[in-house]
Design a protein around this ligand. Sequence first.
Ligand SMILES: [Ca+2]
Ligand SMILES: [Ca+2]
Ligand SMILES: [Ca+2]
Ligand SMILES: [Ca+2]
Length: 587
Amino acid sequence: MKRLNCTKISNFVWILTILMLCGVLNTAPMALAAGDIWTTRADMPTPRFGLSVSVVDGKIYAIGGGRDPFAALLSQVEAYDPVTNTWTKKADMPTRRCFLSTSVVDGKIYAIGGDTSANQDTSTVEEYDPATDTWTRKADMPTERCLLSTSVVNGKIYAIGGWKDPENFPFAVVEVYDPSTDTWTRIADMPQARGAHSTSVIDGKIYVIGGGTSRSTVEVYDPATESWTAKADMPTAKEYLSTCVVNGKIYAIGGIPHSGSLVLSTVEQYNPATDTWTAKPDMPTARLMFSASVVNGKIYAIGGSVQYWPWTPCSAVEEYELRFIPADFDRDGAVDIKDLLILIENWGRNELLVDIAPLPFGDGIVDVLDLELLMSYWGLKVEDILGHWALDETEGIVAQDSIGLNNGTLHGEPVWQPTDGKFAGALEFDGIDDYIETDFVLDPGAGSFSVFAWVKGGSPGQVIISQTDGTGQGTRWLWADSSYGRLITRLMHPPFDPLLSESVITDGQWHHIGLVYDIIGLYRYLYVDGAQVVKDTNFVAGVDSNGGLYIGADKTLDAASFFSGLIDDVRIYNRVLSTEEVAELAR
Ligand SMILES: [Ca+2]
Ligand SMILES: [Ca+2]
Ligand SMILES: [Ca+2]
Ligand SMILES: [Ca+2]
């Protein structure tokens, strides 16, 4: 862990302050946390496609839709609370319909257009007030249509494009609803007619994405200048998709390339700042005609149809969470100068987003601890690091993973030592029955990785980190050899040999220890106190396992394997760390 003295810090702050005053470096605005991992949540009670969802006060309202392409459409309203992962039935929408669009202004949801029966479009607008669970009829939209998309800018709802049934053509029409006056105004058409597209708003501009007949195109409407601009095409053409905004980027999710084709699970992220698209992890359930919304930086994809025809309703709720490094304050995926500037701007303050250390919740002030933690992540990209257990907790049986989603569970009552760690707190293991258990973090046979921890104490034969078997065979990643307490790894396929160093780690001093496995060369490296102490001279095949990890014990929980001493700051990286990077970590 990088320790910086006060002189160094003040020089650093001084230099950066000058750079900022000179306008050489721009800081990005801060944003809330977001996610890169899909998780399945509680099913929606009524499976349906062609619904629309909107968020009020952190709850997602799933409105209308269809259950069967040949049967009556739905008026159901069901509210999802992401905090409790539960659904609640609400008052039915007066006009049952499918392929509608909903938007929120001043805490009220407006349900606009749609199909009221097969091939019958509607212009109906109904307002739902979640506070009173009541519906009110509002002024009809001038153009009746389904498969439109609505977005809100400055308290006005833009109803964009859509589909004309039964004549079957897409609209270019844009009509604006002002809830304060209950009036509609038609504005200039969009350049291309679109139905089954999706719209999202960033910085007061509406991004119109996919659908229509050229399903990969993107056009942005700026209400301030009443102008349309073409943007970079989406990599995958799609219609019946859904889009959401997290952290200033648009996520285009699911849909189909064109009618009748294979249903998509793809997630593509658009960055308006660079006009570029990036592929993100697929949604677990491929679907179209679903609806997605964002609560607390997490995307919830709800319902839809799992095939094009016959439309097949789905009740799936899947949550997309962006993984991020705590010091990546601007959430651009990397820890760099921009994050350091944000930290310095907030120096000495009680700023929640920047007060990251001690992990997981900070201590009410942005100071040297936070700077040290930031420097320990310096140069890292989020895809480089899989997990970090800082072990800075003061109580409880959960060891938070500050980067991944693999919080550890304490067994055998190890003791939190909030002031005795190498960096902030550490966890003290009794050598009898104490260990931490995590879910699956990585498969050592699938790619290169690096694992590091600080340890103090222990005895020969005790294990620091092991992987359990799962479908493959787990191994002892890091332990102290039975004869002398030298760092050794048994990460290998059975015919190969363990890799044993000459470095004793059980002498009662703090040691930074680590294993690096390079899948390109099939070599292992062991590190102690920042130096590479031994490496393979011949290739060594790794071993596949999808088992979880034990920290402080062997996978067998053999009595002699329990670690007796302190463990701190366990980190697992998704690549080979260079000797320089390891030296930095061990400082
Ligand atoms: Ca950053
Ligand atoms: Ca702090
Ligand atoms: Ca115990
Ligand atoms: Ca710690």
